[in-house]
Write a protein that binds this ligand. Sequence first.
Ligand code: AMP
Length: 279
Amino acid sequence: MIPIVKTVADVRKYVKAWRREGKTVGLVPTMGFLHEGHKSLIDRAVKENDCVVVSDFVNPTQFGPNEDFETYPRDMEKDAALCEASGAKLIFNPEPDEMYDNALTTVSVDKITKVLCGRTRPIHFNGVCTVVSKLFNIVMPDRAYFGQKDAQQLLVIRKMVKDLNFDIEIIGCPIIREADGLAKSSRNTYLSSEERKAALCLFRGLNKGREAADTGADVDTVKALIRSEIEKEPMAKVDYVEVVDLDTLEPAADTKNILAAVAVYMGRTRLIDNFIIGD
Ligand code: AMP
């Protein structure tokens, strides 16, 4: 069975042994309750590295006071089975105290964390950057894998890695969807069957926007089309619909190099999705 370790010291023992044998190491950071989206990251990491560590940690510091830290779904047994079947070599599943023992240090990225999800979740990216920096220092991987599902997170991590000179290659992986188009997410489990049906409005809206962009519509039209399609769904409450420059996350001037991103409340569940045009 794949080892599940709880301490930083144990992770380092495994990684040191692999390094002595000259092996390369990949890291897939997750909050667990793994699904096909996570699996696609692990599969890619297993292909590109000799040894893969999956971190499985519901990180308290990236949740706001009224968010779902307490109720976030957890299933370690199922996660272990998926990691093992995918060929990962180690799961790091620390308790919060192992990661934050009276810590006074955080890592924050300015500007690009203040828009999109950062507006509604002001402390979120500080938590993400701090935990990911720690995981990088604990595992010291050659490569780390992140999903385009969380496109802003991926951009923030790339910026952090560049700014702080982490010697780690960041690999972005495409969004994995359910058969009907809903982006896979651990939070989909919160949805009632009615909300699950209604949640398709994100995908429908983004598709409308994408088609319009592909046929030459301008940024404002793309944005308005996405929003109006989502708002046709009475259960949906839009948090944001934005079309921004893919590098700066500032409002886009044209649709050549864009991130079109949405966050929508479906009942109490906040869902995100996006598409990218450009690199
Ligand atoms: P999470 O456990 O939600 O923090 O996600 C861990 C990693 O898996 C992040 O890099 C996510 O972007 C990625 N991920 C989550 N859902 C998907 C998905 N549907 N497709 C691709 N990657 C995903």
